[in-house]
Write a protein that binds this ligand. Structure first.
Ligand SMILES: NC(=O)c1ccc[n+]([C@@H]2O[C@H](COP(=O)([O-])OP(=O)(O)OC[C@H]3O[C@@H](n4cnc5c(N)ncnc54)[C@H](OP(=O)(O)O)[C@@H]3O)[C@@H](O)[C@H]2O)c1
Length: 253
């Protein structure tokens, strides 16, 4: 699918060295966007994403630990400087990090989960805001269906962090509406990326696919398509909303 209005837009996708972020960066490049391909630990993944982006349009490799205020700010400044502004920000970087139940979890783990998934969104958004105000752009935050359900074993703090992302999406939408900046979120369900290769067994992945009404687990592209829609003018009057991409596994009451 092609959204004509996205052509030439400057799009920053955090965590695009892998999975959902990588697929999102590539899909934006197919619309003719200039794409910021951001990574922290996985440089080769980011380079592969950028190679794919360059087959369609152009982009830029960016490195930052988005838990860190200075690194997040510098990364945004570098992108805006070289791209000439920011039209769309996709706050995708995030991780479960580990499976730790409340009973035995460490304080360091708790704090890292919130820094990786919540503080990161705040820091990158705050830095990008002056540019988004100029462009009357929009933001898409990647939450999780776990933020509604409480998640599976050992993902309670991650679920809490993702619930914060969903709630802060509404708060940002309210606060930034006066600048005509839209803010929405996408809540992936069970998506086959490195995430579940790291944190779920093959047996669990098979079971979830069987329980899912649409009969399979999601792909990174399934999520990227929803991000693209929200970024486009097709969603021009939508703000403070979320789209759940989960094959019907979890439905709203
Ligand atoms: N897969 C699912 O089923 C699922 C479900 C719900 C929500 N999500 C959410 O979707 C998003 C993407 O996940 P994914 O499935 O695509 O996982 P993934 O393949 O593991 O990708 C995670 C991305 O986040 C980046 N990242 C993690 N910590 C970072 C940090 N401190 N600083 C900068 N970048 C960091 C990683 O960069 P480096 O590797 O370069 O460090 C990587 O690019 C995450 O927010 C995740 O919580 C995923």
């Amino acid at each position: 699918m092609i959204y004509e209005d996205l052509k030439g837009r400057k799009v920053l996708v955090t965590g695009s060295s892998s999975g959902i972020g990588s697929a999102t960066a590539v899909l934006f490049s197919r619309q003719g966007c200039f794409v910021g391909v951001h990574y922290f630990r996985t440089k080769d993944g980011a380079q592969k994403t950028l190679e794919q982006v360059k087959k369609n349009s152009d982009g830029l490799l960016l490195r930052a630990d988005v838990r860190d205020e200075k690194q997040a700010e510098e990364m945004v400044e570098q992108f805006a400087g070289e791209a000439g502004g920011i039209d769309v920000l996709v706050n995708n970087a995030g991780s479960l990090i580990d499976r730790q139940p409340f009973e035995t979890a460490t304080v360091d783990y708790h704090d890292d989960v919130y820094a990786t998934n919540v503080r990161s969104v705040f820091l990158v958004t705050r830095s990008a805001l002056p540019y988004l105000k100029k462009s009357k752009g929009n933001i898409i935050n990647i939450g999780s269906v776990a933020g509604h359900t409480g998640g599976a074993h050992g993902s309670g703090m991650y679920s809490g962090a993702k619930a914060a992302v969903a709630t802060e999406t509404m708060s940002m939408a309210n606060e930034f509406a006066k600048y005509r900046i839209r803010v929405n979120s996408v809540l992936p369900g069970f998506i086959e990326t490195r995430f579940h290769q790291q944190f779920s067994t093959a047996q669990r992945r098979k079971e979830v696919a069987e329980q899912t009404p649409l009969g399979r687990n999601g792909t990174a592209e399934d999520v990227a398509k929803a991000v693209l829609f929200l970024a486009s003018e097709a969603a021009g009057f939508i703000t403070g909303e979320y789209i759940a991409v989960n094959g019907g596994l979890y439905m709203r009451a």
